[in-house]
Design a binder for this molecule. Structure first.
Ligand SMILES: Nc1ncnc2c1ncn2[C@@H]1O[C@H](COP(=O)(O)OP(=O)(O)O)[C@@H](O)[C@H]1O
Ligand SMILES: [Mg+2]
Length: 359
């Protein structure tokens, strides 16, 4: 099912001041796509997800899921599965058991009891929650509650999943499991998924489209790979050794950095961006190099020749692709230097969002 968002805005009034949590957002998400939503705290991710799940009303604009307006809240809630990792724990019944909570919500979604029971048991088993199925929700750890929330959203096999930090509090193993499961839902059932997460590998590995929002506006919309290439240039990771230089005893292991940088510049047209001694005793160095004059592969071969000519030895030479997290942070830093943030706006970003209502 597709998601269509048309000129969506949301204003909040906080302490007498207007905040544009969403500022005229339009986008289309094709049926069956897996889309990542990224942005710093306060960017508007949760607001957008809440509007799409009918928990908040937009100030302006429209949105449709499978052609159904989000004004038709009952219909939308039937087809959408949602998780709000930050605040969702409060939406479980604390004095009911895990199983009772899950059974209650699945019957709300119209699922027959035997089918619900079967799915709940296999999902509890998948997330190692078997032993906790009769425990009261109030006795669960944060991570366990988060798992219950994710399970709750999956039980009806919804056609659309809107997940706002669903793996917050998950341990490493459960995170991997969640990743596999979401991938399977998307590929096997064609579930359309919009995922907000600060677990960057999750977004990087699962999604084929990344939407970055900042201050309520879409600032990037492309494939994660394209985003990474846009923000940080690919560079080369090199580990090598050179024969010891005939200098005085104390400085034996030191590579004449400036000379090396000049050599790289002259013979490979590239810039050394970092250089450190990896193993001083054996004269091993670790370097990152940014290609400038030549394409990556040619730069690699030129550097290889340079080191071999100097009777050095190469342990590793490979293109280094920055991670999504590195690219995201670099992008935010770039955006900050481009726009002078007012002190008030900055305060807003670091304030923990106050939620009007529980989910
Ligand atoms: N219920 C609310 N009342 C007032 N301001 C809110 C409310 N919910 C969110 N905001 C504000 O809207 C902006 C976007 O918040 P949110 O959507 O929660 O961001 P994100 O999920 O990207 O961290 C923030 O400035 C936040 O303080
Ligand atoms: Mg949020």
């Amino acid at each position: 099912m597709s998601i269509e968002i048309e000129s969506l805005s949301k204003q909040f009034t906080k302490k007498g001041k207007e905040i544009n949590a969403l500022d005229n957002i339009s986008l289309k998400i094709k049926e069956g796509s897996f889309v990542g939503l990224l942005g710093p705290n306060g960017a508007g991710k949760t607001t957008l997800t809440k509007i799409l799940t009918t928990l908040l009303l937009p100030s302006h604009g429209e949105a449709y899921i499978d052609g159904i307006s989000i004004k038709e809240d009952k219909k939308i809630r039937q087809i959408v599965g949602a998780v709000f990792g930050e605040t969702g724990g409060r939406s479980l019944y604390y004095r009911l058991s895990v199983l009772d909570n899950l059974m209650f919500y699945s019957t709300l979604s119209g699922l027959s009891k035997p089918v619900a029971k079967k799915r709940i048991h296999s999902l509890l088993n998948y997330f190692d929650l078997d032993e906790k199925k009769n425990a009261l929700v109030m006795k669960l750890s944060t991570g366990m509650k988060a798992k219950v929330l994710l399970i709750r959203s999956l039980v009806p096999f919804p056609k659309v999943l809107l997940l706002d930090e669903p793996t917050l509090g998950f341990d490493a193993e459960s995170s991997e499991k969640a990743k596999d499961l979401l991938n399977e839902f998307n590929r096997e059932f064609g579930t359309t998924i919009l995922l907000t997460s600060h677990n960057f590998p999750e977004i990087d590995e699962l999604t084929s489209r990344l939407i970055l929002i900042d201050s309520g506006k879409i600032v990037q919309d492309c494939a994660p790979l394209v985003f990474k290439q846009k923000v940080i240039q690919e560079y080369i990771h090199l580990i090598f050794s050179l024969p010891p230089l005939p200098t005085d005893g104390f400085k034996m292991s030191q590579l004449p950095t400036e000379i090396f940088k000049k050599l790289v510049r002259d013979s490979a047209g590239a810039e050394v961006t970092s250089l450190k001694e990896k193993d001083g005793l054996n004269f091993v160095y670790e370097v990152t190099i940014q290609p400038i004059d030549y394409p990556l592969n040619e730069t690699i071969s030129r550097i290889t020749v340079l080191i071999l000519r100097a009777s050095g030895e190469i342990y590793k030479i490979a293109p280094y692709m920055p991670s999504l997290k590195e690219s995201f942070l670099a992008f935010l830093a770039m955006n900050k230097t481009n726009t002078v943030t007012e002190p008030e706006a900055r305060e807003e970003i670091f304030n923990f969002p106050i939620q009007e209502e529980d989910v």
